[in-house]
Design a protein around this ligand. Structure first.
Ligand SMILES: Cc1cc2nc3c(=O)[nH]c(=O)nc-3n(C[C@H](O)[C@H](O)[C@H](O)COP(=O)(O)OP(=O)(O)OC[C@H]3O[C@@H](n4cnc5c(N)ncnc54)[C@H](O)[C@@H]3O)c2cc1C
Length: 508
């Protein structure tokens, strides 16, 4: 049996969480016969793989060494979005006077209460991923313990040997640790420890301004920390559409987040109990920032160690993780992989989609391909930044010519009525056609809006057709329809316009 996880603080909510996703009194089953599928790791990828396969009648073993639900439930999507909800509420309360509500004094933030709610929400959701539910409702044999391959068709866990026809590696990833001198000695938080906090750090340093760093920098700032965010890049969200990142960056500055950009971290020093971060900047300058806590969010390292991958001939490396082909098959044809351990796009919905590909290919005909997926994603800052398909620079690299239709939210009535008009809808089509190749949306709820474009791309619905789709007025999704209108106007060639005018003249 694996060591019992200690999720801090040990309150009623975390006890509920642990009793669901790593029950202290759990008895592992006795393996009998051969499994159709042995799944290692019970995060988003492993859970979906196991549930779908068992639902189709397969005999499935699911092995988890820590907490079922993996990163997403325990230390990722769920707690981060719970915290962001609280921080948005605080930001809205601060703007309340503008909307006619006189707040009772300056909005007072109870950080401890905000974190308690995060734990409560997580505990509530944890039933869905519980070991008992997987065993009793879904028919999956759940093992708690550290798994490793021991032979060509065997996995060992808790001293038991499980035989498999096919196996799936879904062991996920963890926060990568940057090699900054003094950082480890000074101590820092990552996503595994961040949500254990019960007290607000007064001064909060965030290393890395990718999605996780940005989401948490803004949330902590709004909840009252003085936040400094560091990146070697000269702007935040370096992988995002530059126009989108610029809007969020301007918002961060307005909200008082200190951005130390274009600077590389040289050292972290501890002085009288405070952490001093030294950085050297591209412009020749340097910065020294003193903080109470540091959050590291500089990327993810795949969990490939200790799995006995060499024993079964599965190729991997420490950066990309397990190597897979388009069918998510590893270099051992009987072993597949899914989720953060092998994929570039590290999202829960990507892991979910990959799990379904693996079930199809491992248990039925090998026909499902990773490259066929249309993958949206969203960074849950305020405003949110959502994306699907190609970025303009990717299209340029691939020699694909685009037409781009951009509608500022300042032209969308609902965004104006709601005071949420910083943002845009940008849709790329194939040059001269209405086939949608990609989109970026910056809006308060861009994550909800992007699904309309994703659906259109999956269903092969062109941008012209979207103009004919009635959108309720007033909604921010009308920005998408307006982009469709912009496309349709380009169709009205001078010849068509002239012909129409003549016809209208005849009808007068
Ligand atoms: C702070 C944060 C916020 C995020 N927010 C979002 C978001 O809003 N939306 C989104 O889509 N994605 C988000 N993500 C990403 C998302 O959490 C991951 O993409 C997703 O959890 C990947 O699922 P997975 O199953 O591949 O891996 P994981 O969730 O990491 O699960 C892998 C599991 O395997 C187990 N394991 C590892 N090795 C072994 C072994 N040898 N034996 C047994 N078990 C093992 C681990 O304990 C773990 O439980 C966020 C991530 C973080 C860190």
């Amino acid at each position: 049996m694996s060591t019992l996880p200690d999720v801090l603080p040990r309150d009623e909510y975390n006890q509920t969480l642990v009793s669901n996703v790593h029950p202290p009194d759990w008895k592992n089953p006795e393996p009998s016969g051969r499994y159709n599928l042995v799944v290692i790791g019970a995060g988003s990828a492993g859970l979906i793989t196991a549930a779908v396969a068992a639902g189709l009648g397969a005999k499935v073993a699911l092995i988890e060494r820590h907490l079922l639900g993996g990163d997403c439930l325990n230390v990722g999507c769920v707690p981060s979005k719970g915290l962001i909800r609280g921080s948005r509420m605080v930001a809205e309360a601060r703007r309340a006077a503008e909307l006619g509500l006189r707040p009772p004094g300056d909005a007072d933030v109870d950080f401890g209460e905000a974190m308690r709610r995060v734990r409560r929400v997580r505990a509530r959701i944890s039933h869905e991923d519980s070991a008992a539910r997987y065993r009793d409702e879904l028919g999956v044999e759940v093992y708690l313990g550290d798994a490793r391959f021991t032979g060509s068709d065997t996995v060992e866990v808790d001293g038991k040997t499980l035989r498999f026809k096919k196996a799936v590696i879904a062991t996920g990833a963890r926060a990568a640790a940057p090699p900054i001198p003094g950082l480890a000695e000074a101590g820092y938080l990552d996503n595994e420890t961040l949500f254990n906090l019960t007290e607000r750090p007064g001064r909060f340093g965030v290393i890395g301004t990718g999605p996780i760093g940005c989401e948490m920098a803004q949330a902590f700032r709004r909840l009252g920390s003085r936040v400094t965010a560091f990146d070697v890049s000269d702007h935040i969200l370096p992988r995002e559409d530059a126009d989108a990142a610029e809007i969020v960056q301007a918002r961060f500055r307005e909200e008082g987040i200190d951005l130390v950009l274009g600077c590389s971290l040289q050292e972290v020093e501890v002085r009288s109990g405070e952490k001093v971060i030294h950085s050297a900047c591209a412009d020749g300058g340097s910065r020294q920032v003193t903080v109470d806590e540091i959050l590291v969010g500089v990327g993810r390292a795949p969990n490939v160690e200790g799995l006995g991958l060499e024993t079964v001939g599965v190729e991997y490396d420490a950066r990309r993780g397990v190597h897979v082909n388009d069918y998510l098959q590893t270099s051992n044809p009987r072993i597949y992989a899914a989720g953060d351990v092998c994929m570039r796009r590290k999202f829960t919905h990507a892991a979910d989609a990959a799990a379904k590909i693996v079930v199809q290919n491992a248990l039925f005909l090998r026909t499902a391909r990773l490259s066929s997926l249309v993958m949206p994603w969203c960074t849950f800052t305020d405003p949110e930044v959502a994306h699907v398909g190609l970025y303009a620079h990717e299209a340029a690299e691939q020699g694909i010519e685009l037409d781009t239709y951009k509608v500022p939210l300042a032209e969308v009535n609902r965004a104006v009525t709601d005071g949420e008009d910083e943002g845009f809808v940008k849709i790329h089509t194939k040059r001269g056609a209405d086939k949608i190749l990609g989109a970026n949306i910056v809006a308060t709820h861009a994550g909800e809006m992007i699904s309309e474009i994703t659906l259109a791309m999956v269903a092969g619905v062109g941008l012209g057709k979207i103009l004919g789709v009635i959108h309720p007025y007033p909604t921010q999704a009308e920005g998408i329809k307006r982009a469709a209108g912009a496309y349709t106007r380009t169709r009205a060639t001078p010849f068509v316009k002239k012909a129409l005018s003549r016809w209208m003249a005849l009808r007068r």
